[in-house]
Every structure is written in structure tokens, then in C-alpha cells.
Design a protein. Sequence first.
Length: 315
Amino acid sequence: MARREPLRAPAQPADDASPAEILTRIRRALPSLAPAERRVAEAVLAGPGQASELSISALGERADTSVATVMRFCRGIGITSYPQLRLSLAAAAASEHALGGERPVPGTDISATDTLSEIVSKIVYNEVRALEDTGAGLDVEALGHAVEAVAGARRVDIFGVGASAFVGQDLHQKLHRIGHMAFVWTDRHAALTAAALLGPGDVALAISHSGETEDTIEPLQAAAARGATTIALTNAARSTLAKSADLVLTTCARETPFRSGATVSRIAQLALIDCLFVGVAQRSFDATTAALQKTHGAVQRRTRRQPRRRPPAGD
């Protein structure tokens, strides 16, 4: 497959975005913002409706920064003026209120005083939010090219370490079940040796929430140097991993100190993996159905059958 320029979601003016997309855009920008701009983003996300009522200087004070930083934040998310930001936030707050009714929005992280019920509420809310934001911000064109590349690949090598390794193993298992030659590498040395054997017609897919994990970046770059088509799955569209790939699939999930690296980000990554896999499987629907039936049948006899219950006396 011929090398192509990396595909990433283009910046769009706020006027073309739906109210929900404004908040998604801000969440997606968080990893690449400077610390002061990140404080502005966090202040906005903590209460879009309240932020929409603040003057630019008041928002700067709430974020412990300057008016100039607030304007840099606006430009960074594709908004040309502060009044436009206020209008967008007001519309987003109204939209979320209409969808969620009077349901309170849980905090961003687990606290020491949370009840088990509050923990469940926070986890479910944040995971649902991550899935919605990931779907809303997904570059479908890039996904389509990724599906095309994987479906036509001679082999697919998947790189990921830590929590991302489990996501890679899930994709490997799915592709293997429908007859695609796929491998997953969770050790840096093994990944590098595998990348050295790739070439045109092969696909290397690397998974990293931060996009800055050296153990994942280096094998992907090695695969690119050998002519393989490279795909990055990351939460940071401006990360080193993203810049090293032909195709970039981005999640929109914010990790918090208490639950870093293992929950919300993994759920969003698995959702994109499912989108990629189903797209590949659909390309050869009949063959995929047959393969799934064969592989299911191979293990079905290993499933313990429940004994039939005798009907109660008198029935």
C-alpha cells in the first residue's frame, strides 16, 4: 500500500459545530494545552453554564490566569472571539440540561468520602461521557482508511504496553477469529524485531493513551521506516505517536489521578477497536460469518451445560 500523508481531523470553526461538539473539542484539546490554558479549559468544563455568564476577566480570575491566556485558549479550540465562546457554552449547557434533566453531574474523580453508590455513579457517568465524546469527535474518514488498510493487509502487528496491551490483545483476538493474520506485541524488544520484518502491504497499529510511550512509539516508527502502513490509536492528536503515523484514531477520555490509565481511557479505546473490527469484518461479510461460526463451534463443546431441572411434583 502506498504511503499517504497522515490524516487527522481538521480544525473547524465553532460556528459549524453543534453545542455538544464544543465541549468535546475542549476535552480533546486538554492534553495538548499549556498549563494556564488547561486551567481555563477545566474551569469551563466544570460548569459550562456558569462560565457562559462570566466576563473574560472573570473567567481568567477563576482559572488563575490572564485575559490573554483566555484568548489563546479560544483560538486553540477554533473560536475567534470570547463572545462566541460564551454563546457556544450557553448552548452546550442548555443542550446537556435538556438531555440530562435535573441529574447532577458527578465530579471528575473519586474522593475519600464517596459512598459506593457515588462511586458507581461517577464511574458510569465518566465512561458514558468518554464514549459519547469519542464517537462525536471520531474522524470517520481516517477510520475508513484504517479499515481499508487492515482488511487488505498481509499481516497486522499491534503494539501496546500496560493497560493499552489489553486493548491490543482484544483486537488481535478479534482479527484472528475471522482469519486475519495478526500479532500483538507487549514487549519492546519483541515489538522492534517484529517491526523489522514488516514492509509495504503490512499494517502496524500502536495504542497509547498519552501518545508519548517510547515502548510504543519506537516500534511504530521502525515499521514506518520499513514501508508498512501505520495507525495510531491515542487520546492526544498532537502527540509523538500521532505524528509518527499515517492514520490517527483519537479517543476523548480524560484520565484522573485516582483512575489513571486503566478505566475510562481503556473503555474508549475498546470502542474504537470495535468500530475498526466491525468495519473490517463487514468488508467480507459471508466469510466473516463462516469464520465466526467455525471458531464458536470449536470451543462450544467446552462450555459446561447446565443440568435440566426436573419439574416440581404435581406439574
